[in-house]
Each structure stands twice: as C-alpha cells, then as structure tokens.
Ligand binder design. Structure first.
Ligand code: ATP
Ligand code: MG
Length: 380
C-alpha cells in the first residue's frame, strides 16, 4: 500500500473516530436518556445530570474514549512504521555496502509504494555502479593486454636490430655487401618500429577523441578515382591486380575527412595485401555503389580469409585471428579498430564478409551529401 494512502487512512481514523464517539455520547444523552423515562422536565434532566452515578458514567465513557483513541493511535503508528522501517533499514544497509565498495547484492523492490520506488532507484544506481566497475576492470585488462601486445610487437624488430648490429660489431658482416644488407635490415626494422609507434599514438588520439576531423564536401567519383590511381602503382609493384568499379552518378557528393578516409582505405587494403595467399595470383577489387542515402564501398580480396569464429571480433581492439598472430605477418590488431572508429565518427559503419581460403570483403557506408534535398527545402 502506498505511504500516502496509509497516512490518509490514519488521518481519517484519527479524525473521525473521536467524532463518531462524541456523536455516540451525544446520542446516548439526548436520545437514549429520555426513552428511559426517568425524567420529564428540564429541571429533572439537570438533576439527573448532576447525579453522582451519571457523572461516574460520563467519566467512564471519557476514559473508554481515551483508551480507544490511544490503542487506535498505537496500532496505526505500528502499522505505518512497520511498512516503512524494514525497507528503510534495507536501504541503509545498501548505502553502507555501496560506501564500502561492495556491489554484489540485490535490493528488494517489492511493493508499490514510495519506498519501493526509492528502492528501485537505489537498485538501478547499484546496477549502474556495478556496470561501471566492470567496465573499469575490462578497461584495465585491455590496458594490460595492450602493454603485453606492445611489448610483443616491439620485441621482434628490436631483437632483429640487436642481432644485426651485433653481427656488424663482431665482424660477421665481413663484406661490404653483407654490411649493407645488415644495415638495410636494421633500417627496415627501425621503420617497422616507427610505424608501430605511430599507429599506437594515432590509436590513443582517436580513442580519446583528440583527432580533429576536417570534414569536406567530396565528389565520390573523383575521390575514389584519385585514390585508385595512387594505389594502383603500389599494388602493381607487389604483383596484385586492382579492379575498380564506380556505380554512383558523377554528381554524387559525400561529406568526409579525405585524410582519414584515405587512412581507412589504406588500412583495409594493407590487410588484404598482408593476408594474401602466396601461391595464388592476387587481386583486390574496389567497388563503389549507390545505396539510397549512403554510398557503399566494398573492398574485396582473394586472400586467406577469416574463420567464422574470428569474424565478429576483427574490429575489436588488439584482436588478431590466431593464425595471423602466429604467422610472420606483423601487426598489433589495432588497424581495423581505428577504421571502425573513423567511420563511426563519419556517421557510417563497417562490416566484413569472408570465407576461409577464398577471400574477404570489407563493406562500409558513408552518408551522401544531399545537396538537391537541401536546395529543394530552402526553395519552399
Ligand atoms: N583482408 C583480410 N584477410 C584476412 N584476414 C584479415 C583481413 N583483414 C583483417 N584480417 C584479420 O583481422 C585481424 C584484425 O585486423 P587489424 O587490421 O585490426 O589488425 P592487424 O592487421 O593484425 O594489425 P595492424 O593493422 O594493427 O597492423 C587480423 O589480424 C587478421 O587476422
Ligand atoms: Mg591491419
């Protein structure tokens, strides 16, 4: 029962009980007494009223009224108090637990009164705090995984640099050709380290929203044609064929940060190159489609593919499919998480389809710039 209803009932009883009793008393004096036929005139009534027996009766009745009122008040107070106090105590215990940092309990929210509403709010607060604590724990675990990953990824090139430098110092590289090969390897490994550190810095900046986006209105056809032109040569050198198709109209525009979008494309194509199957003639396809309010870009390859169990996780930070972690292909599993974050910041999304041993396709959408619609709405 609601606390307000409880108090209204108590108020009514406390108010009306004395009135009913006083009415009963009045009725006894005015209606019942004449029927007793013991007094005929006013003077006789007065006489009876002053009789010691009558006064005793009035005193007894007054006492009875007081006693009934006290008992009623006590019952009502116990009734109201018992409905509240146990749950207030429960909330008190809950507050103590929360203060001590113990969030593994539940608060009983039964009943439909105000205290239950308060208990529900408390329970929601406890659940929220528990979720936050869990998220914090997960973030800490992620940080630990990050440190382990960084340590792992830094170790490989550093070990190589140390080995080749030692080779030069110890005189193992005794010919100028050998020395040059050693120095070139050291240079390449140092470059790998540099890329990794840049990626980690970018990741930290993106994660904390410190990347200022420079959104521009871009022509879809022009942007991707330029992009393909820049990519083609690079891929050709690696004996990878790039096929490109653009199915959007020449005047379709999109809003994007060209630099960050290029980072997205390079990251995806970088993966396609990295996870190619060595024996096959390799190819990458880039297809740009018009899908209503969005432009959909599909980048496919005929590489190793991704196992179904790994596919839902490839956009998670530091996730690398087991095989690639063990393989020689370097990387820390950050690339696709950066890609996803950039696309989400553009109001788009990304997903992947893949078949192991056959290839992978990354699909992402970017919102079109609706110039025609904007102009129309300003015409009206
Ligand atoms: N085109 C692809 N073909 C096969 N596997 C892929 C492809 N793209 C991504 N993957 C899988 O998804 C995982 C995550 O990719 P992501 O780009 O995030 O990390 P990475 O390439 O391993 O490292 P990084 O990009 O940080 O150098 C990769 O480890 C790989 O297993
Ligand atoms: Mg990658």
């Amino acid at each position: 029962m609601k606390l307000r209803t409880r108090l209204v009932i108590s108020f009514c009883i406390i108010l009306f009980l004395p009135i009913i009793m006083a009415g009963g008393l009045l009725y006894a004096v005015t209606a019942v007494l004449p029927t007793l036929d013991i007094a005929k005139t006013h003077n006789e009534y007065e006489y009876i009223r002053r009789l010691p027996g009558f006064q005793q009766l009035a005193a007894d009745m007054f006492t009875a009224v007081v006693v009934i009122l006290v008992i009623t008040a006590i019952i009502l107070i116990i009734w109201t108090y018992s409905g509240i106090i146990s749950r207030v105590r429960q909330l008190n215990r809950a507050a103590d637990n929360i203060r001590e940092g113990n969030l593994d309990f539940t608060i009983d929210t039964k009943g439909g009164d105000e205290i239950s509403e308060l208990s529900e709010s408390f329970e929601a607060m406890r659940r929220r705090l528990q979720r936050n604590a869990q998220e914090k724990l997960d973030a800490e675990q992620e940080q630990r995984a990050l440190i382990a990953n960084i340590a792992h990824d830094l170790k490989t090139p550093i070990t190589a640099i140390k080995g080749y430098a030692e080779g030069i110092l110890d005189g193992v590289a005794d010919t100028p050709e050998k020395q040059e090969r050693y120095i070139r390897t050291i240079f390449n490994k140092a470059n790998e380290l540099n890329t990794l550190i840049n990626e980690l810095t970018l990741y930290a900046d993106i994660d904390t929203n410190r990347i200022p986006y420079n959104f521009c209105k871009l022509n879809v056809q022009d942007y991707f044609s330029d992009c393909v032109e820049a990519l083609e040569m690079d891929l050709e050198n690696q004996h990878i064929r790039l096929s490109y198709s653009n199915e959007v109209d020449a005047d379709v525009m999109m809003i994007a940060d060209p630099e960050q979008l290029s980072r997205v494309i390079h990251n995806i194509i970088g993966n396609s190159v990295k996870y190619m199957r060595a024996a096959e003639p390799s190819y990458i396809t880039l297809r740009v489609r018009d899908v209503g309010d969005f432009v959909q870009i599909e980048i496919g390859d005929n590489g190793k593919g991704i196992a179904a169990k790994d596919l839902p996780h490839i956009f998670d930070r530091f996730y690398r499919a087991d095989e690639s972690r063990n393989s020689a292909a370097g990387g820390s599993g950050i690339g696709l998480s950066i890609v996803r974050k950039i696309l989400e910041d553009h109001g788009g999304k990304i997903w992947a389809t893949s078949r192991e041993g056959a290839g992978t396709t990354m699909h992402f959408v970017l919102r079109k710039y609706q110039e025609a619609a904007n102009e129309k709405s300003s015409d009206h």
